[in-house]
Design a protein around this ligand. Structure first.
Ligand code: SF4
Length: 198
């Protein structure tokens, strides 16, 4: 449901710029009405699966579910609103120079940086209570897809495409910088740094 409907259908059909124009809370209210009055991710997922089994009879329901899903997964407001769930958390790019998101206020003529979310570290234990079961299963499912496609670079390293002779080389830092898109959030600062250092 998360991969096949939210990410591969709703998010591809309704792009981020269009999703930003949607009235998410109104869409959620319409979805909740169809689910019996309140929105619940598991109930929503089961309802969409049932609608998908008979698309001809549920075209309008699925169109509503697509618009709502696109808003919930594409927009900051939607993801924040459903941050406690698992359905509307598409993989996000990592900006290595912005790992700790700051809010910056320059209204006083100088910059004041604040954190909206602080977790105090006491000792060496994790600073969060971990995930609930649905969250853990959602992440594990993503990794299983990754393993099947032999893309699990976390355990095997980043590799180049196979050469003509079938050999496969590991990617180097310079190769990653060169091959990265200039518009890539994660690669832009690194490309600049490595270019200067060469
Ligand atoms: S790279 Fe590793 S951690 Fe990341 S999705 Fe693939 S298997 Fe999971």
């Amino acid at each position: 449901m998360k991969r096949k409907f939210v990410q591969r259908r709703a998010m591809l059909k309704i792009k981020a710029d269009e999703a930003a124009t949607l009235d998410g809370p109104a869409l959620e209210a319409q979805v909740a009405e169809k689910l019996g009055g309140t929105f619940d991710e598991l109930v929503f997922a089961n309802a969409v699966l049932a609608w998908l089994a008979d698309e001809a009879a549920h075209g309008a329901d699925l169109a509503l579910a697509e618009r709502f899903s696109a808003w919930a997964a594409h927009t900051d407001e939607g993801r924040w609103s459903h941050r406690g769930g698992v359905l509307f958390k598409p993989p996000q790019r990592v900006d290595p120079l912005n790992l700790v998101p700051l809010q910056t206020d320059r209204s006083a003529g100088y910059s004041v940086h604040t954190l909206h979310h602080i977790r105090r570290r006491e000792g060496f234990a994790l600073t969060d209570p971990g995930m609930h079961l649905a969250g853990a299963l959602g992440e594990a499912n993503y990794c299983i897809w990754c393993h099947e496609q032999l893309k699990d670079s976390c355990s095997k390293g980043l590799k180049e495409k196979p050469a003509h002779d079938g050999s496969v080389a590991f990617r180097t830092r310079d190769a990653r910088s060169k091959s990265a898109s200039p518009n890539s959030t994660s690669s832009r600062p690194r490309a600049g740094r490595s270019a200067r250092s060469r």
